[in-house]
Ligand binder design. Structure first.
Ligand code: ATP
Ligand code: MG
Length: 428
């Protein structure tokens, strides 16, 4: 779980109301020299967007970090939202003092009182004097603060190597920041800084997780869903809209392309190739998705495939299916276990929707024993002999409906609006 970064991003649940300010640190992308400014700007934009409802919060930027002055806005709620911003490595709730010895000591005392470490807690004060105009250098100041604090809190035990509580004091020219917690953020790359991809979104558990993982890797994601009226219901379609809405909470807004797939799908029925059905359908999906990607300027396709999960996700199937597109086919979940995927789905708030029992277009036409090792030649031959096949694919593209979904609604007011159930409100 940790490796996927969702863990730290979700747990909060503590009271951080003592904080005057939040300190946000940027993640791994800071290593990327030239792009750094662009990446930091993207995070800033994302944070600003998120903090719009909190009008008293004031954001400022510094090298490698952002500050959010709270001015009375609820720290816990903001932390819950901000740690989900892609590109943020950690968040610290901070108490602010004036950069004068007396005030630093007084605020440190008050800070210790709110945190109230239990008796026996190992403890260290770690001062960093960034502003060289401050009269005491870092080590001397650490001692000057630690000594009276320890006198007031005899239950604390000094441990300078691996303390349970490390009180960090950063002395800067205008203000001094006091904090002891570094709450892990979701990390990854800022939204959209690694280009755009089209994600095939089914109503299942996997593809929404693939979407979130892609966004976390800095991809702008547009979703494509294939539906088969009248074989699939309005509820099945609505479920996908609701899933996209949950995803939009991480992106601000998300485009969903709804592709009518019935004509294409039924063209595979009754040709005596039932075992190949899924292979043919998946390849058709990729072909349509490729055309939409070209139209929308996306450079890759993404699916929720996970190796060996079902017949269409064996290596043999992936090989034959994947050849239906020239675009890079990204499969962020390919090596992950289902239980890990489910864990992320729960944390990002898509799981409860994904398990609703509405049918997917593919499951309707699925044979009892689909092939796990299709033959590319045979598949290509079948496709070449299907009457009007290319035309059907083009028609599906032409008849695709696109909606832009936001956390609170979409571009077609009245239709499909309303928040999805099961959303973890603390995220956005
Ligand atoms: P998921 O939970 O994502 O549905 P799954 O294990 O059910 O995954 P499949 O149904 O075999 O897997 O689908 C594999 C992938 O193909 C999905 O993750 C998704 O990217 C894509 N896909 C399947 N059905 C659709 C659909 N109706 N519309 C769009 N994409 C689809
Ligand atoms: Mg599925």
């Amino acid at each position: 779980m940790k490796a996927n970064g969702a863990e730290g991003a979700i747990s909060a649940g503590r009271h951080y109301e003592y904080a005057d300010m939040l300190l946000l640190r940027f993640g791994e992308f800071t290593l990327k020299g030239k792009n750094r400014a662009r990446f930091e700007k993207t995070v800033l934009r994302h944070v600003k967007e998120l903090l719009k409802p909190y009008s008293r919060a004031v954001i400022s930027k510094e090298y490698g970090r952002l500050y959010v002055e709270l001015n009375g806005e609820p720290a816990g709620e903001l932390i819950g939202a901000l740690k989900g911003v892609f590109g943020i490595e950690s968040v610290s709730p901070v108490k602010v003092a004036r950069s004068e010895f007396d005030d630093i000591l007084a605020v440190s005392r008050a800070f210790l009182e709110v945190v109230a470490p239990p008796k026996g807690t190992t403890f260290k004060v770690n001062v960093r004097r960034v502003w060289k105009g401050f009269p005491y250098e870092s080590l001397a100041m650490s001692k000057r603060v630690a000594t009276p604090l320890l006198q007031g809190y005899p239950g604390l035990i000094v441990d300078v190597k691996a303390p349970q509580m490390e009180m960090k004091i950063e002395i800067r020219e205008g203000s001094t920041y006091i904090f002891c917690e570094q709450i892990p953020g979701v990390g990854g790359f800022p939204l959209g800084t690694n280009g755009k991809a089209m994600l095939l979104l089914s109503g299942g558990i996997d593809s929404p997780v693939a979407a979130w993982s892609s966004m976390r890797r800095g991809l702008e994601v547009e979703c494509i869903h294939f539906y088969s009226f009248p074989y699939t219901s309005e509820q099945a379609r609505q479920k996908v809209v609701d899933l996209a809405r949950v995803l939009s909470r991480y992106a601000g807004a998300i485009k969903l392309h709804l592709v009518p797939f019935t004509e294409v799908q039924t063209s595979f029925a009754g040709i005596g190739q039932d075992k190949m059905m899924i292979t043919l359908m998946r390849r058709a999906m990729l072909r349509i998705a490729t055309q939409l990607a070209e139209r929308e300027g996306a450079l890759a396709l993404v699916t929720g495939d996970s190796l060996g999960q079902v017949a269409s996700q064996t290596l043999g199937s992936m090989n034959v299916i994947g050849r239906a597109t020239d675009l890079p086919l990204l499969r962020p979940l390919v090596m992950m276990d289902k239980s890990d995927i489910i864990g992320i789905a729960q944390q990002i708030g898509t799981y409860d929707l994904s398990i609703l029992p509405y049918e997917d277009c593919c499951t309707l036409f699925v044979p009892k024993s689909p092939t796990t090792n299709p033959n590319l030649h045979i598949v290509e031959k079948i496709e070449a002999t299907l009457p009007g096949y290319a035309q059907r694919l083009e028609t599906a593209v032409a008849c695709t409906e696109t909606i832009t979904i936001t956390p609170h609604g979409n571009e077609k007011p009245g239709e499909l609006a309303g928040a999805a159930p099961g959303i973890k409100e603390e995220w956005f």
